[in-house]
Structures are given as structure tokens and as C-alpha cells.
Ligand binder design. Structure first.
Ligand code: SF4
Length: 328
């Protein structure tokens, strides 16, 4: 490590990526884990919020490869959202009108077992700077374009100098009005919110919306609250999208606690996603009926502004599908 290396990069070099270490650190039997093509990966700050000796911990369930992943269901596929045909050139996905999604990096600070991109072709999506230039030049011709989304992987895995370069190129497209960044870093490694990150975000000529991905209130400790506070004071709009996961957050108490804790940390709940049908994730699934019943309870127990929209992403659809309109 060099003297000037930021703490978050140090954390990225020491991610826990093997079951032996994880089982020792959490005092959980090694036999509970399986080997997977989508390897175990978790950053230490996230790991520190998992309760030792608790195989049912809601954070552990999100990162632990278990034998249920081997269960095959023909309705579950590798590309559940049919992104491949929309991956128009390296780094670029076009799904929705007026928006373009950039795969900034394939790297993440943790591997979420339910991830819909767990089998994404990241090796075909590593554009060079010149390729980014031509992608963005191409996007200039889309006069309907309003928003660019940094996605991945987790885009904040990339160094700030690189992100700042790409973001300023985006800001140079006259019709683009917003930059959106999807990230799990503020909960995975809160130290990622550095003065360097805040510096380029606040200098950007576009408003920045950060869509966090937090599924359970236990993910939010004081270090996360501090990082979110810095982002908010840096002028970033903070929203959250959670995934509804069986045995992780599929009950009223978990959802209520999450929404209230998010709001206390300055984040608005935005989406609650019905889980995508991705191979290896059947153990997280629940019925639409059950999701709707839970959502009705949320509507009855939370003020409207704290209730995220319950949505499902259907492959090929031009927008997310509302599973329960608020007035139903
Ligand atoms: S951080 Fe995001 S992209 Fe990475 S594994 Fe988790 S959900 Fe998937």
C-alpha cells in the first residue's frame, strides 16, 4: 500500500473471497457454503454488520453461496432481463426511452447472490477510452436522451479520476440533463465517499442522482449514515432500490425498519423490486400474491412518501411493471 492510497482501495484489496475465512470469521460451519462460478465476495465493513454464529442473518444470506443455488428451474435463465440484445456496443445498454446505461466496470465490493447480472458478459464490456468516446459520440445523435446511468458491476469501483473523466464527457452532451449512479458502495465500503469523489460530483455541471441498493436496515450503521450525509451535503439526490428477497426482508417489520432508517439517513425509498428470475436464485423467490399482500401491509403502516414502488422488470418491456399501483 502506498502512503496516499485511500482506505476504500485498501479494502478492495482485502475483500473476503473464500469460504474458509468467512466461516472462521463468523463462526459458521464451513459445510454451509458451496463453491460457485459466481464467487463469494464481501468487503470487511459489510461483513462487520453480520451477526456471528447466525446462519439466518439477513446480510449473510445476501452474500453466502449455498447449495440452493444449484437448483435448476427452467423458468430461470442466465440473462433474465434479456439485456444481451440491448447491449449495443461494449459498455452500452439501451433499454428505456430517453436513458442510456453505461457498464462502467464489472467489479463490485461484494457479490449479491440474487444479482441479475451474475452471469453478465463483463469481459465483452470493457471499453477503452477511445471506445467510450465513440459510444458517447453516438449518443449525441439521440435527441431524446435525457439521462445517463452509470452501472456495472458497481461503478464506484472505478477510480475517481476515471469516473470524473467519463462524467464530464457525459455532461458535454447538450441534451443530457442528469447523471444517475447505481451503487452499493456506501453500504459495502462507506469510506468510498472521499473528498475526491465529492469534489468531482460537486463540480459536475449535471445534477447527480445516486440510487443506492440497500435491502435491510441492518446494512445501515453509523459509518453508512455519515457517508450518506456527506453525499447529501454534496448536493447528491439519494434514492434507494431494494430487492424483495425471501427470508431476508419479506416481512412487514423488515420493510418498515428499512424505509424508516433510509429516511432518517436522508434517502427516499424508490423501488422495491420483485426478484428477477436469474439462474441460481430460486431460493430468494416468492409469489406475486405474497409480495402484494406485504405491500398492502406497508401501505397501511407507512406514510405514502416512505412506500417504494413495488415493481417487476419484464424482459423486453419498455418500462418497469408496477405490481400494485398505489390506488389499487
Ligand atoms: S453490487 Fe450490484 S452489480 Fe454487484 S453483485 Fe451486487 S447487485 Fe450485482
Amino acid at each position: 500500500m502506498t502512503a496516499s492510497e485511500p482506505m476504500w482501495q485498501k479494502e478492495m484489496k482485502h475483500l473476503v473471497m473464500d469460504a474458509d475465512t468467512l466461516s472462521q470469521q463468523l463462526d459458521i460451519p464451513r459445510t454451509a457454503f458451496i463453491a460457485s462460478d459466481f464467487p463469494l465476495k464481501v468487503a470487511a465493513p459489510f461483513l462487520s454488520r453480520i451477526r456471528p454464529r447466525d446462519i439466518h442473518d439477513p446480510l449473510l444470506k445476501q452474500i453466502m453461496p449455498v447449495d440452493a443455488e444449484l437448483h435448476k428451474d427452467p423458468r430461470y435463465t442466465a440473462d433474465a432481463l434479456d439485456e444481451r440484445p440491448r447491449n449495443l456496443s461494449p459498455g452500452l445498454i439501451r433499454k428505456y426511452h430517453g436513458r442510456a446505461l453505461l457498464i462502467v466496470t464489472g467489479t463490485c465490493p461484494l457479490h449479491c447472490r440474487y444479482c441479475f447480472r451474475r452471469q453478465f458478459a463483463y469481459n465483452e464490456n470493457r471499453p477503452s477510452r477511445n471506445q467510450w468516446r465513440s459510444v458517447l459520440n453516438e449518443l449525441r445523435h439521440d435527441k431524446n436522451l435525457r439521462e445517463i446511468i452509470f452501472s456495472g458491476g458497481d461503478p464506484l469501483s472505478a477510480p475517481d479520476r476515471y469516473l470524473s473523466w467519463l462524467a464530464n464527457m457525459v455532461a458535454d452532451i447538450p441534451q443530457v440533463e442528469r447523471l444517475r449512479i447505481h451503487t452499493r458502495f456506501p453500504v459495502a465500503i462507506p469510506q468510498r465517499v472521499t473528498s475526491e469523489l465529492l469534489g468531482w460530483l460537486s463540480c459536475l455541471s449535471l445534477p447527480v442522482v445516486m440510487v443506492l441498493h440497500i435491502n435491510h436496515s441492518n446494512e445501515i450503521d453509523q459509518s453508512v449514515i455519515t457517508a450518506l450525509h456527506k453525499l447529501r451535503h454534496g448536493g447528491v439526490t439519494l434514492l434507494n432500490q431494494a430487492v424483495l428477497l425471501r427470508d431476508v426482508n419479506d416481512n412487514l417489520t423488515a420493510q418498515q425498519n428499512l424505509c424508516e432508517r433510509l429516511f432518517a439517513a436522508g434517502v427516499l425509498p424508490y423501488y422495491l423490486h420483485f426478484p428477477d428470475r436469474v439462474q441460481g436464485t430460486t431460493h430468494f423467490s416468492l409469489s406475486v400474491r405474497r409480495a402484494r399482500r406485504l405491500y398492502r401491509q406497508m401501505l397501511n403502516h407507512l406514510p405514502g412518501y416512505l412506500v417504494p414502488r413495488l415493481v417487476m422488470e419484464k424482459p423486453g418491456a419498455h418500462a418497469k411493471t408496477l405490481l400494485m399501483p398505489l390506488n389499487e
